[in-house]
Design a protein around this ligand. Structure first.
Ligand code: UD1
Ligand code: UDP
Length: 377
């Protein structure tokens, strides 16, 4: 079987590592994988670092689309992906998550009848103001197999009329919904020890385990709204000062650009004795070690929310809602939005009370189950 994996943004490159590893180790004679990078993320620390660290084969195709408005970026991707699909013959494409690269792959392939296999299908925020919500709904609709990572995701798809029986026909198309677990859990477990051996981030930043909060911020409704960004940064700084705890903030380029262009937001973070350590986007080994040793995580990232849970760290969610509702339902995460008081009180609640982390995201072998399901299809 000849499969094209389509990636573009940081989290997709990371997720693809689990699939490429399973192709190489378990299905080398049954599956031939080619990789297409749309070029949505292109800085070395947003892209190449993950190929190097996680052993992902270099892309066979790189569209180099770069940044742009939603329409122009997605249009360039659709056109480039279509060209590759028309020139080469593939039995299906694998897509991840909910970025513009995901949407472009789904539109390009489905119109020329190439089956779409969507990993991380069925997640819903029920917030159509999020570009990701639009991308994932469209992608699920166009997919032949929706790989839902949680039972909640399966239920969401069922409510939208999908059927998770082994083979169903809907709108004349063969479609399946499968919960094989979460490929991100595969990766976090697979690389946890290697990351601890290779990363020097704790020494480089002079960090003690349990003595810092790891924070990440990149969601457009936080970065593009100065009031929200200010409330988050003030809450982080005040918590750090009150509790004499450090904050480590690996900065997404989107957030860095906004901060650089909004000088009023920076002073509290850049004073000599600021408790907030702003660092460039971390590689996977460094972020894994930062997650493993943090006291708590504060994030608006979908992936970092989950990795905090995998490493049994409580998480303050800097969004109005989450797709990973299990984390909140089990008390391991609290939704605080970008509200100063809610962030401070969520932090207090999570450090003052014991938190449990049941196994919710599969058995760390999601990738091989996904590939077997695709082969059976
Ligand atoms: C994208 C995804 C988001 C995902 C995130 C993961 C969409 C609509 N959004 O958001 O779902 O959570 O990736 O990180 O697909 N930039 C650089 N260098 C890079 C990449 C980006 O400087 O290598 C800057 C550019 O100024 C760019 C901005 O970041 O305009 C935003 O990048 P973009 O890929 O459009 O969206 P993200 O916010 O990264
Ligand atoms: N990540 C990383 N370096 C960082 C921040 C995040 O390698 O500085 C990883 C993180 O471990 C996770 C993925 O990127 O695997 C999450 O991607 P991101 O937060 O960019 O997007 P989201 O998951 O919200 O779509």
């Amino acid at each position: 079987m000849k499969i094209l994996t389509i990636i573009g943004a940081r989290p997709q490159i990371i997720k693809a590592a689990a699939i490429s590893r399973a192709v190489k180790n378990i299905f080398p004679s049954q599956i031939e994988e080619k990789i297409l990078h749309t070029g949505q993320h292109y800085d070395a620390n947003m892209s190449q670092v993950f190929f190097d660290e996680l052993g992902i084969p270099q892309p066979d195709f790189n569209l180099g689309v770069g940044s742009g408005s939603h329409g122009s970026q997605t249009a360039r991707m659709i056109s480039g992906i279509e060209e590759v699909l028309l020139k080469h013959s593939f039995d299906g494409i694998i897509l991840y998550g909910d970025t513009n690269s995901t949407l472009a792959g789904a539109v390009a392939a489905s119109k020329i009848h190439v089956p779409v296999f969507h990993i991380e299908a069925g997640l819903r925020s029920f917030n159509m103001a999020m570009p990701e919500e639009i991308n994932r709904i469209v992608c699920d609709q166009l997919s032949s197999i929706c790989f839902a990572p949680t039972q909640t995701a399966v239920d969401n798809l069922r409510h939208e009329g999908f059927n998770d029986s082994p083979a169903t026909f809907r709108n004349g198309k063969h479609r399946r919904v499968c919960n094989c677990g979460d490929v991100m859990y595969d990766n976090s477990m697979y690389f946890a020890t290697l990351a601890s051996q290779r990363s020097t981030i704790m020494q480089d930043l002079n960090l003690q385990p349990g003595a810092y909060i790891l924070a990440t911020i990149h969601r457009d409704n936080n970065t593009d709204n100065p009031q929200r960004l200010q409330a988050i940064l003030k809450a982080l700084t005040d918590i750090a000062k009150q509790d004499n705890i450090r904050i480590v903030l690996p900065l997404h380029p989107r957030t860095r650009k906004i901060l650089e262009n909004t000088p009023s937001l920076l002073p509290s973070l850049t004073t000599d004795n600021s408790p907030v350590s702003i660092i460039p986007p971390a590689g996977f080994f460094d972020i894994s070690v930062l997650e493993q040793n943090a006291k708590l995580v504060m994030t608006d990232s979908g992936g970092v929310q989950k990795e905090a849970f995998f490493f049994e760290k409580p998480c303050v969610i800097l969004r109005p809602e989450t797709e990973w509702v299990e984390i909140v339902n089990h008390g391991a995460g609290i939704i605080a939005d970008a509200d100063y008081n809610r962030i401070v009180s969520a932090y207090r609640q999570l450090i003052d009370h014991p938190v449990h982390f049941p196994h919710l995201f599969g058995d760390a072998h999601a990738a091989e189950k996904i590939l077997q399901t695709i082969l059976d299809y």
